[in-house]
Write a protein that binds this ligand. Structure first.
Ligand SMILES: [Zn+2]
Length: 186
């Protein structure tokens, strides 16, 4: 009698557990959204001494947004983004959202600007963000206007939301602030 009571009680707990699990499975659209992240590949093989900083800049975007993911291109694969080192000022040439060329310019690095912030900033242009200058160090897209002492490589909440909108479609149409097919210096 006592054993039977325990058994039925255990069955009731199991039933509740399974119904909770079923509830979670039904609530999966969030998981679908993550799975639908658009993959944008980048080739940093031409970024010379900045390669580690470029990889870190890409990782920061991956930590910061869900709608798009930056991945190193496989060897022989044509990448969406080419990242090059040169002696000019850092800049990005956009061709379309998620596509273009980034230059990690030594001119700014030599003046003391942070290489990871530069990398994340220029990748931000390819993800559809315009410059926001002058601006505070908390803003990634304030770029060099925040000064050489600013080493923050993270986008702020508004910048994250804008990229989510650019790639997630929820705020589709707001990407118009960024000129495509243009070279954005800094
Ligand atoms: Zn810029």
């Amino acid at each position: 009698m006592h054993v039977r009571k325990l058994t039925s009680g255990f069955a009731a707990v199991l039933a509740v557990t399974f119904s909770l699990m079923a509830g979670q499975a039904v609530a999966a659209p969030g998981a679908d959204h993550v799975a639908a992240a658009r993959i944008v590949t980048y080739d940093a093989s031409g970024s010379a001494e900045f390669r580690t900083a470029v990889d870190r800049g890409a990782a920061i975007w991956n930590e910061s947004v869900d709608a798009v993911a930056l991945r190193p291109a496989a060897s022989g694969q044509r990448a969406n983004i080419r990242v090059l080192a040169d002696n000019g000022w850092p800049r990005a040439q956009t061709t379309s959202l998620g596509n273009g060329t980034v230059y990690i310019g030594r001119q700014a690095v030599d003046q003391g600007y942070d290489t990871i912030r530069i990398s994340a900033h220029e990748l931000g242009h390819i993800l559809g963000l315009p410059d926001r200058k002058p601006g505070p160090c908390s803003s990634l897209m304030s770029g060099s206007s925040a000064g050489t002492s600013c080493t923050n490589p993270y986008p702020d909440a508004a910048e994250k939301a804008e990229v989510e909108g650019n790639f997630g479609g929820a705020l589709a149409g707001t990407a118009g602030a960024l000129p495509l097919g243009a070279v954005i210096v800094d």
